[in-house]
Design a protein around this ligand. Structure first.
Ligand code: PLP
Length: 482
């Protein structure tokens, strides 16, 4: 009965939070260590009443929260929090099942398969692609490259890395290629796999920040001449800084020629394919050996939910399937009729992530998901128009998705001066508490960046943040012209 009362109180707490989120400063005014200093260093012996804990939540913990769900939070790709997702999170917590095998929770496994099918179909991937949910794209690329490595080493006559490990005396160093705009998770994956970050070859991108296929060919040819062995190429659909899209079909042709694994990082940009007018964003992706799409970036599924697809289901399974005796009774995957997702990754215990995706997709409907994505693109274009109409600002990259990179560069200012100016505008807007954006570097120059992904963000919020950006820029230009 007590729990029921608390659930009602939490429901009110959550509803109040969502209702008032816009009135809160996005970034807290705390210094490092300030929150921890108010908490006991050692877990107290005595049980604390929930009343006390909720008091502490409001008094001690909430003051250190960055309100990612605030509609004027325009950092990274925005935030995917929303009502239906929140409800599903509560239910999933109540169930607390582990989706490691089909038998340990048939619904969790089957719903995962169904939701993966929906995402695959909505983003235009081929039906033959098998999917699996991981926490993040960073983890997905580790799994994809582990499968790629097993194939590359076996085909060079080097046996199995799964069985024998990475042998320093083994075949020539394995190399992976990606554009200078590709996400750093690739380098991390190479570190984790023992392949070395020095074996990531960064290929130049063109004026629109897309991988230059000629430069890719040249890099692969040079490596082969030097005795290296090309293992994989990572192409990106929606890069982190500018949301640019690599020419995947042309890259796939190069991969085929050299028998190299193609991993497509569509973590962010895959969602754009939900729009009928933007199906082409996934051109060539059907030729990939693995593809990652993150519904937690732009399909309204909160952290964390990352979907990896591959036509080589067995290749992934060969690297990761391992059934210890105590799990044999619960392992059911003897045919492709069912799936034990523990066989396709490092993790054994797996959260019931599919529930929140199911709840959001059904509650919004396919048209509703697409409409929200389309609106975010419209909002980004609106911001871009404001930038284009202000002489002190310029777009720094083409705008296709819900990301805008722009720079304040008034006439006469030096490059270094404009870098400092742009950094300080971002800092000032974020410190104000009622807007949040980030910066990035393009061709060595600092630019400001907004990303729109929150269902609560409207043109009014954008207009407010834009006026702050302009005001901070004007104040600085008045103080130190040039
Ligand atoms: N790929 C791209 C293009 C990204 O922008 C990011 C993160 O922003 C990642 C991969 C890594 O995503 P995750 O946080 O799911 O590991």
């Amino acid at each position: 009965d007590d729990m029921r009362v608390w659930l009602h109180r939490v429901a009110d707490w959550v509803a109040d939070y969502r209702e008032t989120i816009e009135d809160r400063p996005i970034v807290p005014a705390v210094v490092p260590g300030e929150i921890a200093a108010q908490l006991p260093a050692r877990l107290p012996d005595a049980a604390a009443p929930l009343e006390t804990l909720f008091g502490e939540l409001d008094r001690v913990l909430m003051p250190g929260i960055v309100h990612w769900g605030h509609p004027s939070f325009l950092g990274y790709f925005g935030s995917t929090s929303n009502g239906p997702a929140l409800l599903a999170a509560i239910v999933a917590a109540a169930l607390n099942v582990s989706a490691m095998t089909w038998r340990t929770s048939p619904t969790a496994t089957e719903l995962e398969s169904v939701v993966l099918d929906w995402i695959r179909e909505m983003t235009g991937l081929p039906e033959e692609m098998f999917g699996v949910v991981y926490d993040t794209a960073s983890v997905a690329v580790v799994h994809a490259l582990a499968a790629a490595r097993e194939r590359a080493v076996a085909s060079a006559g080097g046996g199995s890395v799964r069985t024998h490990g990475v042998m320093p005396s083994g075949p020539a160093p394995l190399r992976v290629y990606a554009s200078d705009q590709a996400h750093s998770s690739l380098d991390k994956a190479m570190i984790v796999l023992g392949l070395g970050e020095a074996n990531v070859v960064r290929v130049a991108s063109d004026a629109a920040f897309r991988l230059d296929v000629g430069a890719l060919r040249a890099a692969i040819d040079a490596d082969i001449a030097d005795g290296h062995r090309p293992m994989a190429v990572v192409a990106t659909v929606g890069t982190t800084s500018t949301a640019s899209v690599d020419p995947v079909a042309a890259i796939a042709a190069v991969c085929r020629e050299h028998d190299v694994w193609l991993h497509v990082d569509a973590a962010y940009g895959g969602a754009l394919a939900l729009l009928s007018e933007e199906h082409s964003v996934m051109d060539g992706v059907a030729l990939a050996d693995s593809v990652v799409i993150n519904p937690h970036k732009w399909m309204f599924v909160p952290l964390d939910f990352s979907a990896l697809y591959t036509p080589h289901r067995d290749a992934l399974r060969r690297v990761f399937s391992l059934v210890p005796e105590y799990l044999r009774g619960d392992a059911a995957e003897t045919t492709n009729a069912t799936v034990d997702y523990m066989d396709y990754g490092v993790q054994l215990g797996r959260r019931f992530r599919a529930l929140k995706a199911w709840m959001v997709f059904r509650a919004f409907g396919r048209a509703g998901v697409a409409a929200r994505i389309r609106e975010h693109v419209r909002l980004a274009r609106t911001w871009a128009t404001w930038v284009e109409h202000d002489d002190a600002f310029a777009l720094a990259a083409p705008v296709r998705m819900a990301v805008v990179c722009f720079r304040c560069a008034p006439p006469g200012i030096s490059n270094a001066g404009a870098d400092r100016l742009n950094e300080s505008i971002v800092e000032a807007v974020n410190a104000s508490g009622d807007g949040y954006l980030t910066h990035t570097r393009l061709r060595g120059r600092v630019v400001m960046r907004v990303g729109i992904g929150n269902v609560l963000t409207t043109e009014r919020h954008l207009a407010h943040v834009w006026s702050r950006v302009r005001a901070e820029a004007a104040a600085r230009m008045a103080r130190a012209p040039g």
